[in-house]
Ligand binder design. Structure first.
Ligand code: G6P
Length: 607
């Protein structure tokens, strides 16, 4: 959600500003812009729409300069148009600002500035910032910057250039992420690692309240009093090849295909001699043995992983779990005991609501264990304990491999906890571990059904409504399947606990309505068959997903996809793969930009 780039160095800033923004496209945006300076004037170029349009504009106007900032905007305050897109300029055109986040007290500041004669061209909250800089400027840009930031309430990652000091880039963050990349005779600013990765793997990750003063050959991290903060350089361990498309049309398909390796990288280092080893956690075993309640908090697909994780942990370790939406958690006065463990799940580690929920629980004195994909992200840094999913960089907005690896981490944790609490038979313990290890070949088997799912998807590109139904663990799988479809194909879809259909939703079933029935749970198979019959009797077209021994499915459903035989928990995890492929192919055949669905962002850094 919104991307920031910044450059100061020996070369034309435009090259990095634009190529960096392209690497951040996956975050979601609807307009883009850059501002460069090479002396006393700021040159601005921005546009509604895609970076390709911005590129054409920049080259046709021959904009160049050695210091600059760039931005992709995901509209919050005001329409996605030229006026609202960033960078924003001060009235005297001496300051330019890019901003991620939301300034909550902007209308009050806007009124104050307007009373002093400032004029505003946009509807954004951001435009107050360059004007505050102008207002406070008294010969020292940093001083004006520190005073400006002191006025701001809300969340922000800011990049600033000024015609008063054209060889310097200024930055600060609070809550929204921002990094500084360290180059050779050039330095970079970005809201996420992929932007700078082709150029350097050495970065500073700014913490809230830290300012960066960046020139061609120096980076100072300081506090608001300009006192130097000694920070360690963070070395990024993955490289740009991990984030390339490798010949795939879309990242989403590449990432779906990478799932066997992602799962194995996530679980194998944690299974030693047929035993789960989570010693990396440094979490006291005595604390876990006495643990009575866990709260898992997350957003989007990570929340769906939380709901399935609840079933894993409750089913296997008999520990009570609540799965909570991060956006609701801190506002509902949740009942959490000091001894409860709070598990935070996030691919990006930057989701604003999830981070706020983490801080809320931490403030209550709870221990925080996070399951995160991006190393060094805010959630990882602020948690007491972290279990990384080793899914590698995920670029497509719709998550696939990160979601699946989250399920496997939850499974590892559930089995580990069960053993500590002595509530699992050794035989079952070994079986579950063995099933996990078998997953790579089973995922590959499911990926080999890609052509079949492609042809099935082609049949349904014009459907208006789809219902995903399931029971038990399949209920949370239904949520994820339905979300995958709607987010990238724009087809209306809903998920329901299959047993709930008769309490209202069945009235929506008519001739040809598509129902995706998830039947991976053997003990609930008979009940699911009845639900399938009920919707078929009202004209529904049923695609069913079951395990290889469920022969009856073929006589009841119109199409069946079989999942290799495994335990009840992993069957539901594996079944997400055909659902991902089905959604992917529908979006592809509808001609959509699968990786960048409209209105959505990969990393949601505003509330
Ligand atoms: C966005 C993404 C989803 C993701 C959710 C939570 O909505 O499009 O794919 O599940 O954010 O993100 P997180 O990074 O916290 O897992």
């Amino acid at each position: 959600m919104c991307g920031i780039t910044g450059y100061v160095g020996k070369n034309n800033a435009i090259d990095f500003l634009i190529s960096g923004l392209e690497k951040l496209e996956y975050r979601g945006y609807d307009s883009a812009g850059i501002c460069v300076t090479n002396g006393s004037a700021l040159k601005l170029c921005k546009t509604e729409g895609r970076i390709s349009v911005l590129k054409e504009k920049v080259f046709s106007f021959d904009v160049s300069g050695k210091t600059g900032i760039g931005h992709t905007r995901w509209a919050t305050h005001g329409m996605p148009n030229h006026l609202n897109s960033h960078p924003h300029l001060s009235n005297d055109k001496k300051f330019a600002v890019v901003h991620n986040g939301i300034i909550e007290n902007y209308s009050h500041i806007k009124r104050m500035l307007a009373d002093r004669g400032f004029e505003f061209a946009s509807e954004t909250d951001t435009e107050i910032i360059p004007n505050l800089l102008q207002y406070y400027y008294n010969g020292d840009v940093f001083d004006a910057f520190a005073k400006t930031v002191e006025c701001l309430e809300g969340s922000y990652a800011l990049g600033v250039v000024s015609a008063h000091q054209p060889d310097t880039l200024f930055a600060v963050r609070k809550d929204s992420p921002l990094i500084v990349g360290l180059g050779d005779n050039e330095n970079y600013l970005a809201s996420d690692i992929p932007a700078i990765l082709p150029l350097t793997q050495k970065i500073y990750i700014l913490e809230s309240g830290e300012f960066a003063i960046i020139t061609k050959d120096d980076v100072k991290i300081v506090n608001s009093d300009k006192k130097i903060i000694n920070k360690e350089i963070f070395k990024v361990t993955w490289n740009i090849d991990d984030a390339k498309k490798d010949g795939y049309d879309f990242y989403m398909l590449k990432e779906i295909t990478e799932q066997p390796e992602a799962v194995m990288k996530t679980i194998l280092p944690r299974i030693k001699n047929e035993k789960i080893d989570l010693s990396e956690l440094l979490l006291d075993d005595e604390f876990l043995k006495k643990l009575e309640r866990i709260h898992i908090v997350a957003c989007g697909s990570a929340f769906h992983a939380a709901v399935m994780g609840k079933d894993y942990i409750e089913g296997i370790s008999r520990t009570a779990v609540s799965a909570e939406l991060a956006s609701e958690f801190r506002y509902k006065n949740p009942i959490i005991n000091k001894n409860d463990l709070v598990i935070i799940i996030s691919q990006s580690g930057e989701t604003s609501d999830t981070l706020a929920a983490l801080r809320y629980a931490k403030g209550k004195g709870n221990k925080i264990l996070s399951i995160v994909n991006v190393r060094g992200s805010s959630i990882a840094r602020e948690s007491d304990y972290v279990l990384y999913t080793h899914a590698g960089p995920e670029i497509a907005v719709a998550t696939t491999k990160a979601y699946l690896t989250q399920l496997y981490v939850l499974m590892l944790f559930a089995i580990y906890l069960a053993e500590l609490k002595d509530v699992i038979l050794h035989e079952q313990y070994l079986c579950l571990i063995n099933d996990m290890i078998q997953s790579a070949s089973q995922i590959k088997k499911l990926l080999s059904k890609s052509d079949y799912l492609n042809s099935l998807a082609q049949k349904f590109i014009d459907v208006k409504d789809v219902f995903y139904i399931g029971r038990g663990v399949d209920n949370s799988l239904a949520m994820e399947g339905s979300l995958k479809l709607k987010e990238i194909s724009y087809i209306h879809s809903e998920s329901y606990a299959a047993g709930e259909l008769k309490h209202g939703t069945i009235s929506l079933i008519e001739d040809g309505t598509l129902v995706v029935a998830l039947c991976t749970q053997k003990k609930l198979f008979g009940k699911m068959l009845s639900n399938i019959k009920e919707v078929k009797a009202r004209g529904a077209y049923v695609i069913a997903i079951g395990t290889e021994d469920m022969n009856d499915l073929e006589t009841e459903a119109d199409n069946v996809i079989f999942i290799p035989k495994t335990n009840e928990y992993l069957a539901a995890a594996l079944a997400v793969i055909p659902l991902q492929l089905f959604a992917y192919y529908i979006s592809l055949h509808k001609g959509f930009d699968v990786d960048k669905p409209r209105n959505l962002a990969k990393s949601v850094t505003v509330e």
